[in-house]
Design a binder for this molecule. Structure first.
Ligand code: GRF
Length: 225
């Protein structure tokens, strides 16, 4: 069994959060990491758009920010990722958390960060990878919907699942009301799952991630209610 992330020492793991927009999940991670007992610190918020609203939130919280404009690298994903990697290196980043980051990463980048690269997706994977998950969940008539935090493998919204939270789909839901119910769970789930990873509690077995139990919390992969 392989350990996904092995902490370098007793200090907190150095995390970069990658965003493209609003950054509410990033804000949830910053809030969790404001507690010195949290096993990770956010040392960098990196956006691929200068206009990403979350950058302001990060600056206001006193966190270092960087912008690598993906627009400037049209057709040159490797160049874009090399520029991102340079920022990650400059800040001594050990773990990368994608939080509404709207660029597909190359296999090379994903493999080089495997086990140390996480994503949050607004569905119960493997159902509804990709975009417009809430619309598709409503159209499919599912009774349960939710969100997933997973290690990133090559392939969109693929990789070993760390944690999931489920919410009911109500009869009068529209995509906005359902998205809001899921988002509230995202903000609880992502800090919990990142903490497990940062603390070195995630093991990989076959294609699955196992969270090493630490009392009740380790068994509690779904934090509802
Ligand atoms: C979230 O729903 C997340 O699951 C998805 O993109 C959205 C980003 O929202 N990957 P925010 O920028 O974190 O507010």
């Amino acid at each position: 069994m392989q350990q996904a992330f092995v902490p370098a020492g007793p200090g907190r793991a150095r995390v970069a959060v990658l965003i493209s927009g609003r950054g509410s999940n990033m804000a949830a991670l910053l809030a969790a990491a404001a507690d010195p007992a949290y096993p990770a610190e956010v040392v960098l918020v990196l956006a691929n758009k200068a206009g990403a609203a979350g950058l302001e939130t990060a600056r206001a919280a006193g966190v270092a920010t960087a912008v690598v404009e993906s627009r400037g690298f049209k057709g040159d994903r490797a160049g874009f990722e090399a520029a991102m990697q340079a920022e990650l290196d400059r800040h001594g980043v050990e773990l990368v958390a994608l939080a509404g980051f709207m660029r597909v990463l190359t296999e090379g980048f994903v493999f080089s960060w495997f086990g140390r690269l996480v994503n949050i997706h607004p569905s119960l994977l493997p159902s509804f990878p990709g975009l417009e998950t809430h619309e598709r969940a409503l159209a499919a008539g599912v009774r349960l919907h939710g969100c997933t935090v997973h290690l990133v493998s090559p392939g969109v919204d693929e990789g070993p699942i760390l944690a999931q939270a489920a919410v009911p789909v109500l009869a009068d839901d529209d995509a906005d009301s359902l998205a809001a119910r899921v988002l509230a769970q995202e903000h609880r789930l992502y800090p919990a799952a990142l903490a497990w990873l940062a603390a070195g509690r995630v093991r990989l077995e076959g294609g699955r991630a196992l969270v090493v139990a630490d009392g009740a919390q380790g068994a509690l992969a779904n934090p509802l209610p």
